[in-house]
Design a binder for this molecule. Structure first.
Ligand code: ZN
Length: 159
């Protein structure tokens, strides 16, 4: 009985669909900036099956103070990315960054700085310069107070 209740609360998260070329390019970005973090935005369309990501935009990491464990996209750059995306009929589907020599798990800082509810936060572990595991966390909830990261499946679309 208790199990049924638990099951209904554990509905699988919508899958993140991502074009192979985009998946490869965000992982390559992490290798290029190693041992520093890379970051960028994911562009795509919202579908009933979840986000379908068709493009990624690389962003300059503004955190020059500790670029190995922090990332940030400048607000002005974000506005520009969003405007350019809208022109192509795309939305910001999420954000990505790398974790040099750290697991592809979100940190407290990642969580504190995630404000786009409904968006996907993709993290790639870069181990000794090589892209390793890539995970996606969907930011769920309704407000800053009840937001949560939920691990979601990634499905790679051939492109
Ligand atoms: Zn992080």
């Amino acid at each position: 009985m208790g199990q049924a209740a638990a099951c209904s609360k554990m509905e699988p998260m919508p899958t993140l669909h991502i074009a192979l070329s985009v998946y490869d390019s965000i992982r390559a970005h992490g290798e290029e900036t190693y041992p520093h973090e890379c970051c960028g935005a994911l562009l795509g369309r919202s579908t009933p099956e979840g986000w379908r990501v068709t493009d990624a935009v690389r962003a300059a990491n503004t955190r020059t103070d500790s670029a190995h464990n922090r990332y940030n996209i400048a607000p002005g750059e974000l506005v520009r990315i969003q405007r350019d995306a809208a022109r192509e009929g795309l939305d910001i589907a999420g954000f990505y960054h790398s974790h040099p020599d750290h697991p592809a798990q979100w940190s407290q800082t990642d969580f504190a700085e995630a404000h786009w509810i409904g968006c996907a936060y993709v993290i790639t572990e870069v181990a000794q310069g090589r892209a390793a595991k890539t995970n996606s966390f969907l930011l769920t909830g309704t407000t800053e107070e009840d937001k949560q990261f939920e691990l979601q499946a990634i499905e790679i679309d051939p492109s």
